[in-house]
Design a binder for this molecule. Structure first.
Ligand code: IP8
Length: 248
């Protein structure tokens, strides 16, 4: 018998909510669709929900552009505001879409809750306790003269585990993790190799391999974990199977 997720932390992948190879372009329909699904889930009986989104053609593109302009892979702290600005623009669109679907989305700017890669989730947990839907996103965080890019994957896992959610779901622009023949891998166990992808444009936080690594930590922390497309999101939140389940 499927057991619905009583609470969930959901990552909206940058590749899902933006056109990854077109700078600063939101995929409006996908974002609205995701927001409707999350609202339907949240309304269906006192669910607790955390939403995190990725950088897509806002954050990743801005990091890439800055690296090109400055001729360096490691960026100085002075470059952070431009990346933060790009992410804030996207976050505003995401929060607007979530609110448009009826969710009380409260935005948390990641660079203010993190010290280098150490993030503090108490403000999100406070809002969760108030019946709100806290939203955070991958961001640039100044760190000892330089900056680090904290991924939304890290945030959704750490915030989700700290909140003790039942399910942590990563949505991506594919129905799940695909094998070499383009078929969805139903379950990825601890020793299973992660297929290498042809390299999504402008991904500065490690792509699929890093995502699976974070997903494994989430599963090890006791959450039910899926990587799925938009089509499978409601199904997994309702306790069904779709996409790729990550098990440990
Ligand atoms: O897309 C990265 O977040 P992600 C955010 O979740 C930036 O890895 C600023 C590139």
């Amino acid at each position: 018998m499927p057991r619905p997720c009583g609470s969930a932390a959901v990552k909206l992948g940058g590749s899902l909510v933006t056109v990854k190879d077109r700078p600063y372009t939101v995929r409006g329909e996908a974002l609205a669709g995701a927001s409707r699904i999350l609202a339907a889930y949240w309304r269906s009986g006192g669910r607790r929900l955390i939403v995190v989104h990725g950088g897509g053609s806002f954050g990743h593109y801005e990091v890439d552009t800055l690296r090109g302009e400055l001729g360096a892979r490691d960026l100085p702290a002075a470059a952070a505001p431009r990346i933060q600005g790009a992410m804030l623009r996207l976050a505003a669109r995401v929060v607007e879409a979530l609110r448009g679907a009826g969710l009380p989305a409260s935005l948390h700017t990641t660079h203010t809750i993190c010290e280098c890669r150490e993030c503090r989730y108490t403000p999100l947990l406070r809002d969760l306790g108030e019946g709100l839907v806290p939203v955070a996103y991958g961001d640039a965080v100044p760190c000892r003269g330089g900056l680090v890019i904290v991924s939304g994957d890290q945030l959704v896992v750490e915030a989700g585990l700290e909140a003790g959610v039942d399910c942590i779901v990563f949505t991506i622009d594919a129905p799940g993790v695909l094998d070499g023949e383009g078929r969805v891998i139903g379950e990825l166990g601890p020793g299973d190799p992660v297929p290498r992808l042809g390299g999504a444009a402008h991904d500065v936080t490690g792509g699929l391999e890093a995502k699976v690594e974070w997903a494994r930590r989430a599963a090890a922390g006791g959450a039910r974990v899926y990587i799925t497309g938009l089509g499978g999101l409601l199904k997994v939140l309702e306790g069904g199977r779709a996409g790729t389940r990550i098990v440990v």
